[in-house]
Design a protein around this ligand. Sequence first.
Ligand code: GDP
Length: 441
Amino acid sequence: MNDLIYALATPVGGAIAVVRLSGAGAGALLHTVFTGRGAAREMAYGRVVDETGETLDQAMAAFFPAPRSYTGEDMAELYLHGGQASVRRVLALLGRHARSARPGEFTERAFLAGKLDLAQAEAVMDLINAGAERGAKSALSQLEGGLSRRIAAVEGQLLDALSGLEAAIDYPEELEEDVTSALPHALASAEAELRALIGAGLSGRVLREGARVALLGRPNAGKSSLLNALSGVERAIVTQYAGTTRDVLEETVSMEGVPVTLFDTAGIRAAEDPVERIGVARARSAAERADLLLICFDLGAPLSEEDFALLAETAARPRIAVCNKSDLPALWKPDALADFGLSVMTVSAQTGEGLAALRQAIAASVAPEAESALVTNARHIEALQRAAASVAQACEMAAGAELELVATDLREALNALGEITGRTAAADLIERIFAKFCVGK
Ligand code: GDP
């Protein structure tokens, strides 16, 4: 068993502080510092006492003997009062007997003990970081092994193909024909499954990072007002910060459980002033990266050339027309935009009219399908893409006679898939992944 580590597993300042211990001697150390006695995996009540017999805190504690613990090692958890001074004293006491854990070290040990694979370990971290409800659900399904199972199925197909190939390479007279005739079909089906996972992953990014929604429109259309009005809900998970420029502001909110990052861009128009031109360029680049455009129009001012130019320019993009200021006497009808082939919503940033419907329309437009919740991690998507490329290449080669080359491609594909589950991940990659965890996890 590994050396004994300890860490505070809860944020500082809460009502309860949980301290975790894992490794050789966790039970003995609990016995030394804690007076309560309970059966394995059962809570006991007692006092935490130091070497001089002084009571540092009253606490609950539990002992989890190996292998039925999070890390697979002997573990103990202490539930202390959250007072900072007493927590510090308890940590100091433990520090005289055990080593302070590195970030993610508990989960790393769980991974090394085979309690979870790398994709699941990363899901633990995603779950901690998930801002919106749907992101949390998808991380949970990955933690439960959804992605790992799908990958294992593809690995199985590729391994079968590879072992057939290897036999054909070793005994060309006997087997070659059978193998080469079945191969293209098997590889095509593996590739299709990989492409499906990648497709799911690209929209799964929305759940992890939030959909990027850019507000466009000429100055005074009410973009800033709309940004404020739309983000004025579910403040609890809102993070607000000014973008790197004065011109693009962003705010992440949850819309119907989907995380959405709204960008308010400076008015896009043919700018004369060089400073303004920089703002316009930045607005354009925010718009180019957006998953959805909200094109804002002012019902209280006549439609202009600029409005039509913006409509023409964004024709190929996912977009919603937002006719703002419905509280004012309208100078034109939203129907005027009907011919441009986009959905048209009428709202007032000022009174809030139409905003609930707009939020629903935004969420419906950017929310990925339930299926896509499976792959949300950029590292996984990248590895899937490499695997799919290798399988595609193998597929092409399979028609020819160079079986060795096909086998090489299949091995590369298997390596790429192994990086997701951790089966073939290099030690430094694993270290880098766990270093991103918080201490105590
Ligand atoms: P931006 O330049 O597109 O960001 O527009 P702003 O959000 O700064 O709004 C321009 C002006 O329109 C401000 O004076 C706002 O108070 C006003 N405004 C924005 N939305 C509404 C609305 O729904 N109704 C009315 N009556 N005025 C609005």
